[in-house]
Design a protein around this ligand. Structure first.
Ligand SMILES: C[S@@+](CC[C@H](N)C(=O)[O-])C[C@H]1O[C@@H](n2cnc3c(N)ncnc32)[C@H](O)[C@@H]1O
Length: 215
């Protein structure tokens, strides 16, 4: 089956072929309950919900966590991609539309909620720092995680520890972005390698970008 990741005229962390490769991983594992850590403007969230709806009808859930612009205690903790620093667009039409006409912050919880409104019964969006909020939510039913939030060593390690504590020995999937040389962040790679070694986990490198962990 051919996958077509749509951009919904917004910014996404998965540009070009990467969105389709992400959808292929979803299709391969065919989950019902997905968690995305680092929702950004909601494009991967929307594509994930479209996919889940096609595979499961109404019987799916999507949980998304992001700072949504708040609660970032220490800026040094997060290594942000350049496109996150402010709402700049290379397309001047998008700049006029989002910044001057509708004046919408695409990385706000309200904006992402609006994008996902057709799935409002199936989604839960949480604004907060995963170092705290991930410990407070029920992770038992989640069967696929896209880990793409804070990129510091400490945050990736904390997120993986909390996820693994709740998902281990259940053959669930944690797909981590920014691991391989196609989208490399050194702290992310180091945190994932150290975590895998400590817990004796095998890492599956996907297209030189994602690290996939089966719990
Ligand atoms: C690379 S973007 C995610 C891209 C998104 N997954 C996509 O495919 O379009 C990273 C996001 O993680 C969020 N983030 C960074 N540190 C975080 C933290 N400690 N807790 C929750 N979200 C965080 C940022 O606000 C940002 O929106």
């Amino acid at each position: 089956m051919q996958f077509k990741y749509k951009s919904y005229w917004r910014k996404s962390g998965l540009k070009g072929k990467w969105g389709n490769i992400f959808l292929e991983r979803l299709s391969y594992h065919n989950p019902r309950n997905v968690l995305e850590i680092g929702v950004f403007c909601g494009v991967t969230a929307k594509n994930t919900c479209d996919f889940l709806y096609k595979s499961n009808g109404d019987n799916f859930s999507f949980t998304g966590i992001d700072l949504f612009g708040i609660g970032q205690k220490d800026k040094r903790d997060e290594i942000k991609p350049n496109f996150l620093k402010d709402q700049k667009f290379s397309n001047p039409l998008k700049n006029i539309y989002y910044n001057y006409i509708i004046k919408e912050d695409l990385n706000s919880i309200e904006s992402v909620q609006k994008l996902l409104q057709e799935y409002s019964q199936n989604i839960k969006l949480i604004a907060g720092d995963t170092n705290k909020v991930l410990k407070e939510i029920d992770l038992q039913k989640i069967d696929f995680v896209f880990l793409d939030g804070g990129h510091s060593y400490e945050t990736v390690t904390n997120d993986l520890s909390t996820l693994y504590e709740n998902m281990k020995y259940q053959k669930k999937v944690i797909l981590c972005d920014d691991y391989g040389k196609e989208s490399y962040i050194s702290e992310v790679e180091k945190a994932i390698n150290d975590f895998a070694k400590k817990n004796n986990l095998k890492l599956n490198l996907i297209e030189n970008r994602f690290a996939e962990i089966i719990t």
